[in-house]
Design a protein. Structure first.
Length: 166
């Protein structure tokens, strides 16, 4: 880890169908939209805010499910039936009248352009990255100390061998 913001691992969501044609593809797109939205750095900041956390995540999941089904050609009535929500709620998400609907739509557009990339540091947050950096520095110091101790032991062994011979 040599610099701030360095990516430890990236996951590119490129094989997800943006125009699903089967129930399994709808589910695949829905999951990609949920994960892709939740792990965006701007959304992580929202999630970490304690207010209405569960409600907010539920809204994201419903918005993702609605958009995935819309892209598969489902009607608003069918989407509402599938997700157990009112048609008004579904329309609000699909029209971007809700924050969840807006975020999921942005994620979909990133996915459609092939630009949706999840990176571990953005997921883990700055504190985890800082802690990892400090642990890496401590490990480096300990390796150096062990190396010096080994050299001292070798020298002491040579001195003892010379004393025994001499």
């Amino acid at each position: 880890m040599s610099g701030e913001g360095e990516k430890l691992h990236e996951v590119r969501l490129t094989n997800v169908p943006v125009r699903p044609t089967s129930a399994s593809e709808v589910r695949e797109l829905e999951i990609a939209l949920i994960i892709g939205t939740i792990f965006r750095p701007d959304v992580i900041k929202e999630i970490l805010h304690p207010r209405e956390f569960t409600t907010w995540l539920d809204s994201l999941a419903v918005a993702a499910g609605a958009l995935a089904r819309e892209k598969a050609g489902y009607t608003v009535a069918k989407i509402a039936e599938d997700l157990g929500r009112s048609e008004t709620t579904i329309r609000n998400h699909l029209q971007g009248k809700t924050k969840a609907g807006q975020l999921v739509r942005q994620t979909y557009e990133m996915l459609a352009r092939g630009n949706l990339v999840l990176s571990i540091p953005s997921i883990a947050g700055g504190e985890a990255l800082e802690k990892a950096k400090k642990l890496e520095e401590e490990l480096s110091r300990l390796k150096e100390a062990v190396s010096k101790a080994v050299e001292h032991l070798k020298e002491a062994t040579r001195v003892l061998e010379d004393a025994v011979k001499g």
